[in-house]
Design a protein around this ligand. Structure first.
Ligand code: HDL
Ligand code: ZN
Length: 415
């Protein structure tokens, strides 16, 4: 048993550095999905977080920028954010971490030399490399049947790489049924714009068909701060009459990602979304009203985090996950994770990468491992002070829970 703090630190750092991670929310894809999988230095540097940060300095016309090639965009961003200003933001620093952990010469600042490295690798070689360097064992994708580039893959080859799991993402259905119902009609589902009884059955059939086709581990949606159930809206009716019963039937969680104000600057495209504080009472209502359902929830606003942790104390069918998007910064990850551990013990999923570019698995997990390890060390030290002794096996159990098993146990699946 471990009773001294030096040994404890060494063991926690070793276990957190060695744990193989299940990354429960990403936007990366298996190789079979072709161009949907983004990787390499030009994709890294044109990540939409960095585009937003580029326009903090540049007065360039948005449309003119987006008309450029990825390489030309990357050259502008590299010059502005890395050469003319020190790259200290989390997204800027992340690029450097990727290059460093791949063993490239970061000090050279030579983006063309980096391009040569990536050009020397095949997609499958690089997927293997990134999983090895990042210590990620499997990822959950974001799979959208309404995406015209993705649906054909599921209608032909599907997903054949066991490292990549599927999650069914239904934003167009829930947030824009008035448009998306026409797609359902096109695909042979007998739905009407007013969501009558027949439509409810057909939407349920659509969801069930795709959960089965993808072997989706959960059903996900991103939602505005105004998301409310119950209310007299198509979204609320689809949630209660379609999503909830189908998720229960398949025994998969409904994952709500709440707090996105879409396109507050539409000219920035993906980089144009912002954040708003949501109403926790909808999560309370759903967890209380549907005790047989499981809910995974992550809020985008820092202001929702404390009440979310308290709500998770009330409902065992609620699993909080990640420090999502604008919360994925060291200072905020530290604050949220300490709050959650002090409030929920180890019964939460501390992080997901949200990686849009394969390479990002390397930096997003390297940075988060360090933060979470220090918090665990502090919390274990607190109980050592009370003369509690702890074993290496118990530390490994706790770490594997936070970085993988809490998810698999919650969804009642094995990998
Ligand atoms: O809706 C989501 O899943 C978000 O993560 C968005 O994809 C967002 O643009 C993003 O990439 N956040 O990191
Ligand atoms: Zn995401």
């Amino acid at each position: 048993m471990i009773t001294d703090k030096q040994t404890l630190r060494e063991v926690v750092l070793r276990e957190v550095n060695n744990v193989k991670i299940t990354d429960i929310h990403t936007h990366i894809y298996a190789e079979d999905f072709g161009e949907l999988l983004l990787w390499g230095i030009d994709e890294l540097v044109t990540y939409h977080y960095l585009i937003a940060e580029y326009f903090r300095y540049s007065k360039m016309d948005y449309a003119e920028f987006f008309a450029l090639s990825k390489k030309e965009q990357a050259d502008l961003i590299w010059q502005k954010l890395f050469i003319e200003h020190s790259p200290v933001s989390e997204a800027q620093r992340g690029v450097l971490t990727v290059l460093a952990e791949l063993g490239l010469d970061v000090a050279s600042r030579d983006i063309n030399a980096y391009r040569e490295y990536f050009a020397s690798l095949s997609t499958s070689e690089y997927i293997d490399k990134v999983f090895e360097v990042s210590g990620v064992k499997n990822v959950v994708m974001t799979n959208d049947p309404f995406d015209p580039n993705e649906k054909p893959v599921w209608d032909t080859v599907g997903n054949n790489d066991p490292r990549f799991k599927a999650a069914l993402r239904v934003d167009p259905l829930l947030n824009d049924y008035a448009t998306s119902y026409k797609k359902l009609q096109e695909w042979g589902y007998d739905v009407s714009p007013d969501l009558d009884a027949k439509s409810i059955d057909e939407v349920k059939r659509f969801l069930s068909d795709w959960i089965t086709k993808m072997d989706a581990l959960y059903l996900a949606v991103s939602l505005p701060p105004t998301f409310t159930v119950p209310e007299n809206s198509l979204r609320s009716r689809i949630v209660e009459n379609c999503v909830i019963p189908v998720c229960r039937e398949h025994n998969i969680p409904f994952a709500m990602m709440i707090g996105v104000n879409k396109l507050v600057n539409y000219k920035l495209g993906l980089a144009g979304d912002s954040v708003g504080k949501a109403d926790i009472s909808t999560v309370e209502y759903l967890c209380k009203t549907y005790p047989e359902n499981k809910f995974m929830v992550t809020f985008l606003s820092k202001e929702n985090q404390h009440e979310a942790a308290i709500t998770a104390r009330k409902f065992g069918n609620l699993m909080l996950f990640g420090c999502w998007w604008y919360l994925n910064n060291p200072s905020i990850i530290d604050e949220i994770t300490r709050l959650r551990m002090e409030t929920l013990g180890l019964s939460f999923i501390p992080q997901h990468s949200d990686a849009r570019v394969l390479d990002q698995l390397i930096y997003k997990w390297s940075h988060s491992r360090k933060i979470i390890a220090e918090i665990l060390i502090d919390k274990y030290n607190d109980i050592l002070d009370a003369k509690w002794a702890i074993s290496e096996e118990e530390i490994r159990r706790d770490v594997e829970g936070l970085f993988s098993n809490n998810f698999w146990n919650f969804i009642e699946r094995t990998e």
